[in-house]
Design a protein around this ligand. Structure first.
Ligand code: BTN
Length: 250
């Protein structure tokens, strides 16, 4: 597929185990920043925290972008937020659908998950060698295309808008947005990413339950700190800052 991605090169695969795994292998072999791996289907699509990502053919988009930004290690969580902001912007521009952002990595509509980000990094000597930004978005899947256990939790652009959307156009817009956003972060654009993320957030201001390993917190999600950590004010007057974990809106 030749989509002419600005600032990058696209490798299109009919089927792959995981576009993230494929992109990591290419990055380890020296592939340049801006290389995009996309596939029609994945046989071992990965979600966060060791989960799997439902990846049937012909319906959705699964892409991974190799990035080599010169950023401090502590800013890598901002990459996930940047990908979410850029993916939501691409969906708004290309499909006319407004998705909300649920911390840390979900595109959310009507309380259901439309898409997710999985950013993986290789770090050596405290320096980021490369990042692979993996993004999955449900585009033309109908309710019955999801396994039964996901049908009440997942959604797609087709389900929310009632019409089919052009996967290629959305894929190109997401990839270009992520490449541009990585450059902006490198040039000190963290403030803009955080501001945009907060504008699109469905998490802030909400009562949440957060699970981080065996720690569970309940409280109001009030803010993001400068490194993208979620600030939760718990009943005891304490503020917890979450680096990773699962957040449920109550
Ligand atoms: C999540 O919400 O848990 C993250 C989902 C990330 C899925 C995408 S699909 C493309 C890329 N390749 C993978 O194996 N995972 C990501």
């Amino acid at each position: 597929m030749n989509l002419g991605i600005r600032g990058g090169e696209l490798l299109w695969l009919d089927s792959v185990h995981s576009t993230n795994d494929h992109a990591i292998a290419l990055a380890e072999a020296g592939a340049p920043s801006g290389t995009v791996v996309a596939a029609d289907s994945q046989t071992g699509g990965k979600g966060r925290l060791g989960r799997s990502w439902h990846s049937p053919p012909g319906l959705n988009i699964y892409i991974s972008v190799i990035l080599r930004p010169d950023i401090p290690l502590k800013e890598t969580p901002l990459m996930t937020l940047m990908c979410a902001v850029e993916a939501a912007a691409a969906i708004r521009d290309r499909a006319g659908v407004d998705a909300g952002l649920k911390w840390p990595n979900d595109l959310f509509i009507d309380g259901r998950k439309l898409g997710g980000m999985l950013v993986e990094s290789r770090v050596e000597g405290g320096k980021v060698l490369f990042l692979v930004a993996g993004i999955g978005i449900n585009i033309n899947a109908r309710r019955e295309d999801f396994p039964r256990e996901l049908q009440d939790m997942a959604t797609s652009l087709l389900i929310v808008s009632g019409k089919e959307h052009d996967r290629g156009g959305i894929l190109k817009a997401v990839a270009e947005g992520v490449i541009k956003g990585s450059g902006a972060l490198e040039r000190g654009g963290a403030g803009d990413i955080l501001r945009l993320w907060k504008l699109m957030s469905v998490t802030l201001g909400r009562r949440v339950r957060a699970e981080d390993g065996d720690r569970v917190y309940e409280g109001i999600a009030t803010d993001l700190d400068e490194n993208g950590r979620l600030v939760i004010e718990t009943g005891s007057g304490e503020a917890v800052k979450l680096v990773s974990g699962d957040v449920y809106l109550l």
